[in-house]
Design a protein around this ligand. Structure first.
Ligand code: SAM
Length: 279
């Protein structure tokens, strides 16, 4: 691919700033501009929205987002070694990139939200699921973000888009698909990263459902944790410890106590959450 900007190649940036990748920070950098540009493009038109990027690292995806015409990028990075490289990008794209040094788990991106927001990130694998859960469980719905375009380990991506009958179907699939439309857009070979991770990655996209069925979130978390925690067991056994009259509550939800978690679709889990939430 032709250059996307006049900034130095990423390998030079990494060498100049001594950004040797640290496993503890989930650092697998994406240096291929074709791929960073593909991720940026897959998030749609960015010209009228604020992009929140978690973990910009040396700035490969950040540069692709800006080159793709993002109105504004807010990049949250925990590793302060990356900041000088990011400030160089901010200098090049004056007023369009705001760099925030910090732990994305501890800051609330809703505080930075201004108008339409898209979250786009090659997430650090060690905290990716936790971040996603935070974005999926906001009190307000529709949430502050319009879409999430996120890179995960493929296995996590499969759990996010999973449905009944899929091997990967579990708590994450129920939660994600209750509130969002979910898709895996494409896979990335480990060789695309520096250093290469052990597994294939996937870019996943989530769009909030406008009116997901009302559901008590805490009860949904409880019933899915118990049901999938013992997924081979029938619901009457796996949910027994939640309430003494579990079997009656399962029936009140319109489900068979002899069913197993993997057979219950999202609507079924929502009915269970309501049923187990009652006094
Ligand atoms: N975006 C870059 C790319 O695509 O090459 C780097 C992606 S790398 C997989 C993950 C990045 O997240 C690293 O730069 C790492 O330092 C950063 N990171 C790790 N934990 C973080 C956290 N809790 N908050 C913010 N950034 C974090």
């Amino acid at each position: 691919m032709a250059q996307i900007d006049d900034l130095p190649p990423l390998r030079e940036v990494i060498a100049e700033h001594g950004l040797d990748a640290r496993k503890s920070l989930g650092q697998n950098f994406l240096l291929d501009l074709n791929l960073t540009s593909r991720i940026a493009r897959s998030a749609g038109d960015l010209s009228d929205c604020t992009v929140i990027e978690v973990g910009p690292g040396p700035g490969g995806l950040t540069r692709a987002l800006l080159a793709a015409g993002a109105k504004k990028v807010i990049a949250i990075e925990k590793d302060r070694r990356c900041l000088p490289a990011l400030f160089e990008i901010a200098e090049h794209y004056k007023g369009m990139l705001e760099v925030i040094e910090g732990d994305a788990l501890k800051c609330n991106p809703a505080d930075f939200a201004d108008g339409s927001v898209k979250i786009i990130a090659n997430l650090p694998y060690n905290v990716g699921t936790q971040l996603l859960l935070g974005w999926l469980t906001t009190d307000e719905w529709p949430p502050f973000w319009d879409s999430l375009t996120l890179m995960f380990q493929k296995e996590v991506g499969q759990r996010i888009v999973s449905d009944t009958g899929d091997k990967a179907y579990g708590r994450l699939g129920v939660l994600a698909n209750w509130r969002c439309h979910t898709d895996i857009l494409f896979d990335l070979n480990p060789k695309a990263f520096t250093p290469p991770p052990k597994v294939t990655s996937a870019v996943v996209q989530l769009h909030p459902r406008e009116k997901p069925l009302a559901c008590p979130l805490k009860a949904l978390a409880q019933v899915t944790a118990h049901a999938f925690g013992q997924r081979r067991k029938m619901l009457r056994a796996s949910l027994k410890s939640l309430k003494p009259d579990a079997e009656a509550r399962i029936e009140a939800a319109g489900l068979k106590p002899t069913s197993r978690a993997e057979e219950i679709d999202v609507t079924g889990f929502i009915a269970l959450a309501h049923s187990f939430n009652r006094d």
